[in-house]
Design a protein around this ligand. Structure first.
Ligand SMILES: C[S@@+](CC[C@H](N)C(=O)[O-])C[C@H]1O[C@@H](n2cnc3c(N)ncnc32)[C@H](O)[C@@H]1O
Length: 269
């Protein structure tokens, strides 16, 4: 039923705009609401997939290391699984909005991860909460998956993360620059056609995509004096041709929109 209503709303651009404005003002279902996609087992499998990606991307041995996860989302199990697999010293799970699911505790118990909870500290609130809860220079590895594209003030978050990361530490961030289903019917880049004012009205309180482009990320890393190794994915040619029409721009200006996803590995210079 919920899916049917969503697809009905997405059929009409103005209805979709109105729905996001209502959602942003909590007059419609709030962000983070909903049921665990499918079932507990598939959520756990997803969490393991993300954890294994974080493990694979780290250069070195994670045992006895301290990790900070940004944007934990529905479940702590990703990081509990990492504590178990890598014998981590401590994990901080941070989210701007607490969207831990009611069934998360059940999931954690079901997969025997509750014995690792004493090594995990959950922090929620505005970005400055991080500095109140975590010592400067104390983090070995900062990770996030599908989060940075939702962060409203990326320069602020990165100024804090740089303080928390120790000099030999590294970060890994996976970022999706596509539209997250917003106005997808019209094209993957159509969400860039709205003015900043209207875009804010449609989701500044619920962590909607921030519409930052690859160069915005790179200039933040540069400002923070971070070295960056990245892997990029690109939109296909048809998508870009379509976008040129609705964004009303030419071949040279479209280049900055070409990237559809990025993986960043960062360390201090
Ligand atoms: C798409 S979810 C990703 C959740 C999880 N990392 C995953 O892979 O499933 C995006 C998450 O980013 C969080 N978020 C949004 N704005 C944030 C901010 N400014 N700082 C930290 N987290 C934020 C949201 O609350 C949400 O949990």
């Amino acid at each position: 039923m919920k899916e049917k209503i969503k697809s009905f709303i997405r059929e009409n651009k103005y209805l979709e705009i109105l729905a996001y404005i209502l959602q942003n003002n909590q007059l419609l279902n709030s962000s983070g609401d909903g049921t665990f996609s499918k079932d507990i087992d598939s959520v756990y499998n997803y969490a393991i997939g993300v954890a294994n990606k974080f493990i694979l991307q780290y250069n070195g041995d994670l045992s006895n290391k301290t990790i900070l996860e940004i944007g934990t989302g529905y479940t702590k199990s990703t990081m509990l699984y990492m504590i178990k697999e890598c014998n981590l010293k401590k994990v901080y799970c941070y989210d701007r909005f607490n969207c831990l699911h009611d069934e998360d505790e059940e999931l954690i118990k079901k997969f025997g991860l509750d014995i690792y909870l004493d090594k995990l500290e959950y922090i929620s609130g505005t970005n400055d909460e991080l500095l109140k809860s975590i010592d400067i220079n104390s983090i070995d590895y900062i990770v996030s998956n599908a989060v940075l594209e939702h962060v409203d003030n990326l320069p602020l978050l990165f100024s804090i993360l740089t303080k928390l990361l120790n000099d030999n530490g590294m970060s890994y961030h996976g970022v999706d620059l596509k539209c997250h289903n917003r106005f997808k019917k019209y094209g993957e880049l159509y969400f860039h056609t709205f003015s900043d004012k209207l875009w804010k009205m449609m989701g500044d309180k619920i962590g909607q995509p921030n519409r930052k482009l690859i160069n915005d990320y790179l200039s933040i890393f540069k400002n923070e004096n971070l070295e960056c190794i990245m892997e990029l994915k690109y939109f296909n040619k048809d998508e870009i041709e379509r976008a040129k029409t609705y964004l009303k721009i030419n071949d040279s200006s479209i280049e900055k929109y070409n990237v559809s996803g990025a993986q960043f590995k960062l360390c201090k210079k």
